[in-house]
Design a protein around this ligand. Structure first.
Ligand SMILES: Nc1ncnc2c1ncn2[C@@H]1O[C@H](COP(=O)(O)OP(=O)(O)OP(=O)(O)O)[C@@H](O)[C@H]1O
Length: 292
């Protein structure tokens, strides 16, 4: 488990991170979400040792992370950084060798990753000849080539076509299945919801929520209920303490205390209730709620 504790970072007089703490578990994908300027890149750069925090610690299994552990990290920075004049496969192999791989294992890991990411045919092209999306796939291969223990990726899915999204999702999930701790930032909440077991939400430099996606959805289920009846539901808006969030004929999503919800249910029984249940929010709804 990789743990950040009490991280603060100030740029000039602007506080970018304020007491940021969360964990990234092995064997799971953790999605890092937050609006523009929330502090994701700053956090990831600190995690990778590219930026020094003003305070706080980064630990792996209880030990402060240093250069040795970071050799087993893989990362894709916000500013994509491959050499434009080098051939794709040569470059990924070279990066693998820099991280201590033998020539043959670097070559075979590169070939396998390029194949999985749909880039085999471009292996001999110069990086600068690739489209931006293909450069991004090459960058992801570079982050993964040495089979890292920890993977940190700044928006690995931005600008990728749907097939590329699927292949990148596949290689990240496999890395997690082999025991890596994987953290990636994204603005695509539906994708994060589909892929990630764990979520961290940041806003204005503070962590607003973190934990398993299921737990976050349950914790935020709170006071929302969904009601489906056979007859009309016009009476619902007149019930004291009910706030209707969405409604269609015979169906409504509303907010109410448990006691009020109980009264609604009693009334609904007379309207031919089909279903009545607490509403489990989507990640997008949780996100809106916790960043407010
Ligand atoms: N080098 C810097 N100098 C001054 N301020 C900075 C610097 N880098 C980031 N900031 C500020 O720190 C805050 C956090 O920025 P950061 O890049 O970490 O956000 P982010 O969540 O990654 O945003 P985005 O989704 O837009 O990439 C912002 O207010 C940003 O303007």
């Amino acid at each position: 488990m990789l743990t950040l504790t009490g991280i603060t970072k100030t740029y000039g007089d602007r506080r970018a991170l304020d007491d940021v703490s969360f964990g990234i578990e092995r064997g799971r994908l953790t999605g890092f979400v937050g609006a523009n300027g929330a502090g994701k890149t700053t956090t990831m750069r600190i995690l990778l040792g590219l930026l020094v925090p003003d305070g706080g610690t980064v630990e792996q299994d209880g030990m402060v992370v240093g250069a040795d552990q970071r050799r087993r990290f893989g990362y894709m920075p916000e500013e994509r950084g491959l050499y434009p004049k080098m051939k794709v496969a040569e470059q990924i192999e070279y990066l693998g060798r820099l991280r201590g791989m033998g020539k043959r294992s670097a070559a075979s890991a590169t070939a396998e990753l390029l194949e999985r990411l749909g880039l085999s045919e471009r292996a001999g092209d110069l990086v600068e000849k690739l489209s931006l999306g293909n450069q991004q796939r090459a960058q992801i291969a570079a982050a993964l080539v040495h089979d890292p223990d920890v993977l940190v990726l700044d928006e690995p899915f931005s600008g990728l076509d749907p097939l590329a999204v699927d292949s990148v999702a596949g290689v990240l999930s496999d890395a997690a299945a082999r025991g890596a701790s994987v953290l990636f930032s994204s603005h695509q909440l539906e994708l994060v919801e589909r892929l990630c077991q764990d979520i961290v939400v940041i806003a204005g430099g503070t962590i607003r929520a973190s934990g398993s996606a299921d737990a976050l959805r349950d914790q935020n289920a709170g006071s929302r209920f969904e009601l489906l009846v056979r007859q009309d539901l016009e009476w619902l808006s007149a019930v004291d303490g009910v706030r209707i969030l969405q409604a269609r004929p015979g169906w409504a999503l509303f907010e109410a205390s448990p006691e009020t919800a109980q009264r609604v249910l009693e009334r609904a029984i007379g309207s031919g209730v089909v279903s009545f249940a607490p509403h489990r929010p989507s990640l997008t709804e949780v996100f809106r709620e916790v960043v407010q």
